[in-house]
Design a protein around this ligand. Structure first.
Ligand SMILES: NC(=O)c1ccc[n+]([C@@H]2O[C@H](COP(=O)([O-])OP(=O)(O)OC[C@H]3O[C@@H](n4cnc5c(N)ncnc54)[C@H](OP(=O)(O)O)[C@@H]3O)[C@@H](O)[C@H]2O)c1
Length: 387
């Protein structure tokens, strides 16, 4: 039987349970729950496992049965108080007869926003809010991004050599990272809602952008291409339309011929408003409209630079391979305008490093104002590999 010394330890465990839902529950948030007896012994636990199915609290309560009476419930996110795809969890928590409820963070979604907490308090339950709050808030940051900014959380991924190059001076880039690193990327691809690339990468790599093997989700493959001319009838993206959809985001100036050709192939088209370029924010708003919670940016330096300049990268996953290629004309990962000065404070937070095969994987959140949270970050790699 599990033993916990503090509320924080229990909440940390609930957070790790919640992470198992990555790739399964979006656009819902990942949530975990643990039930302890009055005296602190572990009784049951649960997490939100699938979109539209029972929430974490309900899974834990169902498993615990009668043992919830007088017990303590730890849950990473405020129990919901509204009828959505399932009835309000706050009502089920009250009906289960808990003595105490410990909550990681309040749900900032307008239809909850403290009402679940109030309902529990009104029913006479002792409620503690804010245990491991920063970690609990980081867990739901992609969900909050979709609700409040109506765009997905953007993960930027690239693989570079030890001398910081993502391609040789000829544009050759396959492969920089090792087999295990690429397998890791395929796992991530299988959990996100969209994978974004640019016309340059489509032209030079004839990329496929599917998860192999398939994961719990099939991502929409998104190409930002102002003229709509980077795809050809026999390119990998078009040839595999039966495996995953493709959306090409073009400028308003894209020719009728190019639009017609894309549509004939069965490619979806999103025409943006600028006459000569494709605006990053507009594309992200379109993905938000499609309920995409996580988008993976796998592009070359031009598009990566545009996303960084626009402040639209939330998290990075960078593979550093023990290879040297050199060359002043060889590409470095992030183009765009960049910063004029070295920032005084680190602009990446929650940095984690792990070795994968012969590569080093560095993951971090990109600082935002206001900051997403001050926490010990648990990397996507530990979620994927359960380490
Ligand atoms: N090692 C790695 O991890 C990795 C990953 C991906 C790519 N690569 C390498 O990167 C190289 C390609 O680099 P790249 O920079 O040309 O490719 P890219 O960033 O994927 O594509 C750039 C193109 O995207 C289009 N685009 C549409 N909207 C844009 C926007 N708002 N901002 C910027 N671009 C926009 C532009 O073409 P239009 O003007 O035609 O619209 C632009 O030329 C290849 O050698 C490839 O192998 C390496």
């Amino acid at each position: 039987m599990r033993a916990f010394a503090t509320d924080s330890e229990v909440m940390q465990h609930a957070i790790s349970l919640a992470r198992k839902g990555f790739g399964f529950v979006a656009p819902n948030p990942m949530v975990g729950a643990v039930i302890l007896s009055h005296s602190g012994e572990w009784i049951e636990e649960g997490f939100h496992q699938e979109f539209g199915k029972a929430h974490a609290e309900i899974n834990a309560i169902s498993a615990a049965g009668e043992r919830t009476h007088g017990a303590q419930l730890f849950v990473t996110l405020e129990p919901c108080s509204h009828f959505g795809k399932t009835p309000p969890c706050a009502d089920a928590v009250i009906a289960a007869g808990f003595r105490r409820v410990v909550i990681g963070c309040q749900d900032s979604a307008p239809h909850v926003a403290g009402r679940g907490i109030q309902k529990l308090r009104d029913a006479g339950i002792e409620v503690t809010v804010g245990v491991c709050e920063a970690e609990a808030k980081r867990l739901v940051a992609p969900f909050e991004m979709l609700i409040h900014e109506r765009r997905p959380w953007v993960h930027a991924k690239w693989a570079m050599t030890l001398d910081g190059r993502v391609a040789t001076y000829t544009g050759h880039s396959q492969w920089i990272s090792c087999d295990q690193s690429r397998a890791w990327v395929h796992e991530l691809r299988g959990r996100v809602d969209a994978i974004i690339t640019g016309a340059g990468t489509v032209r030079s790599d004839d990329c496929l952008l599917t998860a192999r093997p398939q994961g719990p989700r099939t991502a929409l493959r998104v190409v930002m291409d102002s003229t709509g001319e980077s795809l050809t009838a026999d390119c990998q993206l078009v040839k595999t339309l039966d495996q995953a959809p493709v959306l090409v985001c073009v400028s308003r100036g894209c020719s009728g011929i190019a639009l017609q050709r894309l549509q004939q192939w069965g490619v979806q088209v999103f025409q943006t408003t600028a006459p000569d370029h494709v605006d990053v924010s507009e594309v992200l708003q379109e993905l938000g409209r499609r309920q995409c919670t996580h988008a993976l940016l796998e592009a070359g330096p031009r598009l990566l630079g545009a996303f960084f300049d626009a402040g639209k990268v939330d998290e990075v996953h960078v593979f550093v391979a023990p290879k040297l290629i050199g060359g002043v004309r060889a590409l470095s990962p992030v183009g765009g305008e960049g910063l004029a000065r070295i920032p005084d404070n680190a602009n990446l937070t929650h940095v984690q490093t792990v070795t994968i095969g012969e590569d080093l994987l560095i993951e971090a959140d990109v600082s935002r104002k206001p900051p997403v949270g001050d926490l010990q970050r648990e990397s996507v790699s530990s979620t994927i590999h359960g380490s």
